[in-house]
Design a protein around this ligand. Structure first.
Ligand SMILES: [Zn+2]
Length: 372
């Protein structure tokens, strides 16, 4: 989803990342705060930009704390949280596993808005206190942050996936029906409808209301982003439906691509001609999978040395790979890192090695073919 991100910190093993689009919103918020503080009486010309800078910093700190609220609660339930990314429209927390019970999901989702509301209260108290002792600048910045956090918490409770309110709706439908996939489809449908409404209202503001162009455009843009995310959510639910009931062993690549450990990197490259980016070669010795190698690993060897270097030098040992039962439900693929290879086994035999992303692609193609 994010093409140009930079990891700026790690908190509790979670990578904190900033997307390139974030620079746009950071500049917009800094500029609008500057303009707002400049208009206030008793604020000197040099103080306004400093207040704007501090205000923008605290705004993004608040956004990060909202996401950390989700992430730490997810970790508490044993989920693996990989990263938090700040981007144009806010923050996204990426975790690799899903909840087994709707009640746990409810708590994790509610933790974000709860954090925002708590921050709003905290900044409200600071604004009141600073106003009482006459520190105007602190009172002004804290008051803005109290409102911003209140708005952040409230907006996130709008019941359309991917917003927190949509996830709460999904968890409630899941609890009521006992069918998680069904709840995802319902929540995605509501999310798409709400997003369409936002686009409609945004377009009306933009075209009809005088002076409403900026707000209208912004609302329509957020609506467009939410609609896209809800659509992705629905197709994920459909994909999960496709995978459920398929056995992992049936999704192995049709042609195994075995390779001797003493073959050269150049030979391996030839064996991968015409392969997909995530195709793997199995290095097989005495009938057992010794390791796997992908295009990226082969390319790490300088071109001039590829004929001389044995492929075993760049092979990822099979001993370190995750082993998955070939009869397991293929939906388990969606909970695994997409590019880390798996050894598929059955009755003590290795059936093959596959990257989850490739197996999912095979399942997708098969589902499309079955519909024709
Ligand atoms: Zn949230």
């Amino acid at each position: 989803m994010f093409a140009r991100t930079k990891t700026v910190a790690h908190v509790h093993g979670i990578a904190i990342r900033i997307d390139a689009t974030w620079v746009v919103i950071a500049a917009l918020i800094g500029a609008s705060l500057w303009a707002r503080f400049s208009e206030r009486p008793h604020v000197s010309p040099w103080a306004a930009p400093v207040m704007a800078l501090v205000g923008a910093g605290l705004f993004f700190g608040s956004l990060l704390l909202h996401e950390l609220g989700h992430a730490l609660e997810a970790q508490r339930h044993g989920l693996e949280v990989r990263s938090i990314t700040l981007f144009l429209f806010g923050g996204v927390t990426e975790s690799s596993f899903r909840f087994r019970r709707p009640a746990d999901e409810l708590v994790m989702v509610a933790a974000g808005p709860a954090t925002s509301f708590a921050l709003s209260g905290l900044f409200g108290v600071v604004a009141w206190w600073a106003g009482a002792v006459g520190v105007e600048a602190v009172a002004a910045v804290a008051a803005v942050l109290a409102w911003v956090n209140l708005a952040l918490g409230a907006f996130n409770l709008v019941p359309g996936v991917p917003l927190d309110g949509g996830r709460i709706l999904q968890a409630l439908v899941w609890r009521a029906t006992g069918d998680r996939r069904r709840s995802m489809v319902v929540a995605a449908g509501v999310g798409r409808a709400i997003a369409a409404g936002m686009i409609g209202v945004g377009a009306a503001l933009l075209l009809v209301v005088p002076g409403g162009a900026v707000d209208g455009l912004w609302l329509a843009l957020i609506g467009w982003f939410l609609r896209r995310s809800a659509t992705a959510e629905a197709s994920f639910a459909r994909l999960e439906g496709t995978l459920a009931g398929m056995a992992l062993r049936d999704l192995l690549p049709p042609r195994p691509r075995p390779l001797d450990p003493w073959a050269s990197v150049h030979d391996a490259e030839l064996a991968l001609v015409g392969a997909h980016d995530d195709d793997l070669l199995c290095v097989i010795d005495h009938g057992a999978v010794r390791g796997v190698v992908d295009v990226e690993r082969l390319r790490s060897v300088p071109v001039a040395q590829r004929a001389a270097v044995p492929v075993s030098a760049v092979t990822e040992p099979a001993a370190g790979l995750r082993r998955v039962d070939g009869d397991a439900d293929a939906a388990c693929l969606l909970e695994l890192p997409p590019s880390v290879p798996l050894v598929v086994v059955a009755g003590g035999h290795e059936l093959g090695v596959v990257a989850p992303s490739r197996a999912v692609a095979v399942a997708r193609r098969r589902a499309v073919a079955a519909r024709r």
